[in-house]
Design a protein around this ligand. Structure first.
Ligand code: AMP
Length: 407
């Protein structure tokens, strides 16, 4: 189905064409018509599914077809990087319109943000903490907002933004359209929905807790003390165009990036202890292909949108299965194909088990030939699996088909 059939404003159809999108993704097919009608939507979609355009396009359509003065759109996101990505999507989809976007995020000066709003932005993309600062200082108001988006609501909850969101909502008029997107519809998200949305229409494309198809997932069992060497061997022996490596801690990320550098694999680092300038430079270098490797922590990597990440490597197994889904969602974005590699120490077996249960798969185990393993890696999964899980694991191994899974 082409975009024209959705009935979007011609200026938006032109922009979508210029972006090279041929047809809407499943979440866009479902959410855009609802958003255009102005009903509340609760969307369950993972990153990479095209969810940003799924709310940006109908909102721009409504601004064009129901014009009114003032700041009318507020998008709340968990991280600065995601704010940047959402802002770019508004700019790209709105390139043939006159709308202005203001970004309100931590880590940068207050003054320019206030000026951008006062100069007449119609759209604001904000992280909750900084926005609340501005609101309590009465730097500007949200009295004309009639479209609210809560993006990656599950992560905003994880990051402890729930009280801030509640406070922010008290500054936004009740008469509004609210769209909420989340990778997983966990009970906490339902709680946010209960106070923020009115009779929402549910749009659920990917089954909660699934990773996008098109990703081949593999596990390399190895002791912690050999992980760095194994990683370097993998980087040398595997064709990896663009690699995103996840570490659990900021210190671990710094240490790993430094080690990779000494081994002839320069890497950018992204975590919340770095200044906004350092984060922007790291992202620009990675995005433009000047750096092949980016080492990141979960929170910092949230919202990274880089085309053509060929490999996601979990240097540490994430503690929460949802984090695995988010990490791996960085590859195979919008019809791409990618590989997700997880290095697993025996201590991390329980976390892997939790992820496998969450996804209903068993990851294939692999070893690197000729690597001087200190202990022979265990290549069979423990026995706890049901036959159904084993079968699903085999499917995960061979599914390299691009596309989306509909539930
Ligand atoms: P998101 O899930 O919003 O993070 O989007 C993931 C990527 O998909 C972004 O790079 C978008 O530019 C891209 N994208 C969004 N919609 C489409 C579409 N209809 N066709 C192709 N790519 C798309």
């Amino acid at each position: 189905m082409p975009f024209q059939k959705l009935g979007l404003h011609p200026d938006l159809i032109r922009a979508v064409k210029a972006l090279g999108y041929v047809e809407p993704t499943p979440i866009q097919r479902e959410a855009i018509p609802l958003g255009m009608q102005g009903v509340d939507v609760m969307g369950c979609a993972q990153t990479g599914s095209g969810k940003t355009a799924a709310f940006v396009l109908p909102i721009l359509h409504r601004l064009l077809t129901h014009p009114k003065p003032g700041l009318r759109v507020l998008v709340l996101v968990p991280t600065r990087e995601l704010a940047d990505q959402v802002q770019s999507m508004f700019r790209e989809c709105g390139r043939f319109t006159h709308f202005r976007v203001a970004m309100v995020i931590g880590g940068v000066g207050y003054h320019d943000q206030i000026r951008a709003v006062k100069e007449g932005a119609q759209i604001m993309v904000a992280t909750p903490g900084r926005l609340l600062d501005h609101l309590t200082q009465r730097a500007f108001n949200l009295t004309h907002v009639d479209h609210l988006v809560l993006d990656e609501a599950d992560r905003m909850f994880d990051m402890g933004f729930l009280p801030d969101i509640r406070s922010i909502l008290s500054y936004v008029p009740h008469e509004r359209t609210t769209l909420l997107f989340s990778a997983t519809l966990v009970p906490e998200v339902e709680r946010i929905a209960a106070f923020a949305l009115k009779n929402p229409q549910r749009v659920e494309i990917a089954r909660p807790g699934t990773t996008a198809e098109g990703i081949s997932q593999v596990l390399y069992p190895v002791v912690q003390s050999q992980k760095m060497d194994l990683l370097v061997t993998l980087l040398k022996t595997t064709e990896m165009r663009s690699v995103l490596i996840f570490c659990r801690t900021k210190f671990g990320a710094d240490r790993l990036a430094h080690f990779l550098e000494t081994q002839g694999h320069p890497a950018e680092v992204l975590h919340s202890n770095r200044t906004q300038g350092q984060r922007t430079t790291a992202m620009t270098n990675f995005r433009k292909g000047r750096s092949r490797i980016l080492v990141a922590t979960d929170i910092a990597a949230r919202g990274i949108d880089v085309h053509g990440i060929s490999h996601v490597i979990n240097y540490d197994v994430p503690l929460h299965p949802e984090d695995y889904v988010h990490r791996v969602g960085r590859t195979a974005r919008a019809y791409g194909v990618g590989d997700a590699i997880t290095l697993m120490d025996t201590e991390e077996q329980a976390a892997v088990t939790a992820i496998e249960r969450f996804l209903g798969v068993v990851f294939p185990r692999a070893m690197v030939p000729d690597f001087p393993y200190r202990y022979p890696p265990r290549l069979v999964a423990p026995k706890y699996m049901t036959p159904w899980q084993r079968q699903a694991g085999r499917r995960a191994k061979f599914s390299r088909r691009p596309g989306f899974r509909r539930s």
